[in-house]
Each structure stands twice: as structure tokens, then as C-alpha cells.
Design a protein around this ligand. Structure first.
Ligand SMILES: NC(=[NH2+])NCCC[C@H](N)C(=O)O
Length: 303
């Protein structure tokens, strides 16, 4: 763990006394620490299109099976050299296993976000309290508008992409989150899309600094041109694959990728591009609208 973070660059004086344990400067740098929350209380809340469809098809959560699937994700992360930190699950917090959404690690420490839905917003105090006691890191809090972590992509040092559907993340939330990045000279790209797609990370996900999975039949051409202008090549995922969370993967280090099983064509394309892909059966979780990216809150990446 590096503790020599340049404090002079911190735009938040109130966090100056905190150790810089939580820090991510690029979404695909070597992951060393991640926060997970076991899906003991996972339940299908009909708040996103994928979960609504699962419910229409008769899905109900088998929590023992969900916990076992999640346990294999944890084992794979640990086997990949990633330290896993556990957020205690709580009854009534049906989506809390999707740790990505309530807080995000930035170059300047952890930021507790401002989710749109009540049951997701109630996760934030828990995570902020946990970060303070378990990690010794008091997060900055977003108070304006709405913003959820699935819409935040710290693509690489100097480039932040924020998904703005107006529902889970809106302009005010995006602006407050982006302010320190902009102050530090980062290029901030806002991508506005329809709330049907829930979060940016269901249709766009970085693999390394120059490659991303992208639901190219959904993303608009202007956004794809912006990505191309920044040297990011897109591996095309279809709409149906994206609904199975085929776009929603975790890059361990820019080479090794963890993906939910169920979109073999996407896994094959990633392998053809030279990535090592680990596929995990996670159907209890994907039925509730989240894949590997949503299930992981990176706390620290090298670099
Ligand atoms: N980062 C993500 N895509 N998270 C998925 C969250 C799914 C969860 N059911 C919700 O609607 O909030």
C-alpha cells in the first residue's frame, strides 16, 4: 500500500488528516483491495428493467445459492492477489451486495455518493461508517442531486467518464462529483442516456487503458466518436448480451478480467484481444440487475 500520496494535490482540506488508503486513479490499474458485501439479504427489487424482466419470468432469489456464487467471486479475487474487505450485510438492504453504487474510490480518497432510490440511499451511511471504522477513512459526501457508482468510470489518469441518465445520476450529482477532477485538469466526459439502461457500467466498461466493452448498438455515435478520439477501442457487445450483464466486468489489472458466465461470445472476443477471462456463474445476482462490476467496490489500485 502506498501512503506517500501527494497531499498538496488534495482539493479537500477536511480529508487531509486521513491516510490515503482508499485510492483509485484508473479503473484498470492493478487492484489490491476491494469491498464486497455478501448477498445474504439480496431480493429482487423491481427498480430496474433487468430485475423487472426476471420477476416477469418467475425469478425469486435463492439466497443460499446467491451467497455461494458470491463466495466464488471472493475466492477468485483472493486467488488473484486482491484483499477482500467485507461490508456487513443488513436485512432490508436488498441491493447492498452491489457495492459499486454507494461509494467510489477516487484519487483523493473515498467519496460517499447520493443514490436516487431510498433503499440504495440507505446504504450510504452504513458504508461511510464502515469506511471510517474499518479503514480509517472518512469519505467526502456528495449532497447535491443524484449519483451512483455504476455511472462513474475513472477510465485512466486524466479521464473521467460519467453516465447521466437523469434517474440514477443527474446533472447536479455529476457536477459535484466531477468538480475536483475538473479542478485537477481532468478531461470529464458526460454521457447522457436513457434510464432504461440503469447505469453506464451496464453498457460500457474499461478493460485496459485503451480497450473497453461497449454496447455499440445502444451507445450514441457522438459518444463513441469521443471515445475513439481518446484512443479507446470498443469491443462490441449486443443489447441482449448487455442485459445479461455481459458488459459489466471487472478488470483486475488491465489483463485479467472477471466476467459473469452467460455471454460466451463476449468472453471469446476479449480472449481474442489477448485478455485472460475468468467466467463465474452469477445468475442469482445478474437477475437482480448487477454483474461483477456492480458487485465490487475497488478501494485501492496501484499506480
Ligand atoms: N452498478 C450497477 N450497474 N449496479 C446494479 C444495481 C442493480 C440494482 N438492482 C439497482 O437497481 O440498483
Amino acid at each position: 500500500m502506498k501512503l506517500d500520496f501527494a497531499l498538496a494535490h488534495r482539493p479537500f482540506p477536511e480529508t487531509r488528516l486521513q491516510p490515503a488508503f482508499v485510492r483509485v486513479r484508473g479503473e484498470t490499474h492493478r487492484l489490491t483491495d476491494v469491498a464486497l458485501c455478501t448477498p445474504r439479504y439480496l431480493a429482487p427489487v423491481p427498480c430496474c428493467s433487468v430485475t423487472k424482466e426476471a420477476l416477469r419470468e418467475g425469478y425469486s432469489t435463492d439466497n443460499a445459492r446467491a451467497v455461494a456464487q458470491h463466495g466464488r467471486l471472493r475466492e477468485l479475487l483472493q486467488a488473484s492477489g486482491v484483499r477482500c474487505h467485507s461490508l456487513p450485510p443488513a436485512a432490508g438492504q436488498a441491493d447492498m451486495c452491489f457495492t459499486r453504487d454507494a461509494a467510489v474510490a477516487t484519487p483523493w480518497g473515498l467519496v460517499a455518493l447520493h443514490p436516487a432510490l431510498d433503499h440504495r440511499a440507505s446504504e450510504v451511511d452504513k458504508i461511510a461508517g464502515w469506511a471510517t471504522s474499518a479503514l480509517g477513512e472518512r469519505p467526502r459526501r456528495i449532497r447535491q442531486g443524484r449519483i451512483e457508482g455504476g455511472d462513474v468510470c475513472i477510465a485512466r489518469p486524466g479521464l473521467l467518464i460519467i453516465g447521466v441518465s437523469g434517474a440514477r445520476t443527474d446533472e447536479a450529482g455529476a457536477a459535484e462529483f466531477a468538480a475536483p477532477f475538473e479542478a485537477d485538469g481532468w478531461d470529464v466526459l458526460r454521457y447522457r442516456f436513457d434510464e432504461h439502461f440503469l447505469h453506464l457500467d451496464t453498457i460500457f466498461c474499461m478493460l485496459d487503458e485503451k480497450h473497453a466493452l461497449a454496447c455499440t448498438d445502444v451507445l450514441d455515435d457522438a459518444f463513441m466518436a469521443e471515445l475513439a478520439a481518446r484512443g479507446i477501442a470498443l469491443i462490441p457487445v449486443t443489447y441482449k448480451e448487455a442485459r445479461r450483464l455481459g458488459c459489466n466486468v471487472l478488470s483486475i489489472d488491465g489483463h485479467s478480467i472477471i466476467a459473469a458466465a452467460g455471454t460466451p461470445r463476449v468472453a471469446r472476443m476479449m480472449r481474442e484481444h489477448g485478455f485472460t477471462v475468468h467466467e463465474l456463474e452469477l445468475d442469482e445476482l445478474t437477475a437482480c440487475g448487477g454483474g461483477v462490476h456492480c458487485l465490487t467496490m475497488p478501494l485501492q489500485r496501484e499506480g
